[in-house]
Ligand binder design. Structure first.
Ligand SMILES: [Fe+2]
Length: 134
């Protein structure tokens, strides 16, 4: 239905790649719940997705500070921006599940933009400082 995780999305850290894959799976599950008209399930999946995303970016930030990535603040700001966007879309799902399709597309876009504006920027530093594990 939706997006697939691709090797080109890898940030070089298995833990974070796994989280990103989980986000994509959850987005697909939200889309499926909305498609069958189960707004309650979609909202509950969204809540789980947001909790995962919050925890994920906190772990990523700690990691980036540990490996002394010079643009951590910029990446974290872009991540926070994407999280707010996702949270707003989550509220839309809860309020009007019938608007599902557009919201799912917007969530996929928010995730892709998160990868491109934030995470992909730290990949070369992870590789250069020997912190990559895949
Ligand atoms: Fe990430």
């Amino acid at each position: 239905m939706g997006m697939c995780w691709l090797q080109s999305m890898s940030v070089g850290v298995a833990e974070f790649d796994d989280d990103h894959q989980r986000v994509i799976l959850l987005l697909d599950e939200v889309a499926a719940a909305l498609a069958r008209g189960d707004g309650g399930q979609a909202a509950s999946l969204m809540a789980g997705l947001l909790a995962l995303a919050e925890d994920h970016v906190a772990r990523e930030e700690a990691f980036l500070r540990r490996i002394r990535f010079p643009n951590t603040d910029t990446v974290v700001a872009a991540q926070r921006d994407s999280l707010s966007r996702l949270a707003a879309l989550g509220r839309q799902v809860a309020a009007a599940p019938e608007a599902g399709r557009a919201v799912v597309t917007a969530m996929s876009e928010a995730f892709i933009s998160y990868l491109l504006r934030a995470d992909i920027n730290y990949k070369s530093h992870v590789e250069a400082c020997g912190a990559a594990d895949r």
